[in-house]
Design a protein around this ligand. Sequence first.
Ligand code: FES
Length: 113
Amino acid sequence: MERETLTLTVNGVEREIRVGPRTTLLEVLREELGLTGTKNGCGQGHCGTCTVLVDGQAVRSCVYLARRAAGRQVLTIEGLPFRAGGKRGRASTLSSRPLSSREPCNAVSAPRG
Ligand code: FES
């Protein structure tokens, strides 16, 4: 199948990438952009380990086609504000919200809606 070039913004930086029709956002983040903070767990959209935000909405990047992210804002764990020494910097609406026991253990978790 033919690859296409698309542009998306990852952690505030505009990126141009080439993807195939079945390339997932997880593959792009980890393999093309080297953002390995987003993990691959089940690879089937069940566990939430690969969760990132696309235009502020939590998505399972292992089952989210990269082409759907074209022109959108993607936020991974690498894009969250942290300070040296392990203390959090300015709190975002995501990082300041306590996680419930039903959510995956992933710093980029957000309310599902
Ligand atoms: S790796 Fe489990 S939901 Fe994506």
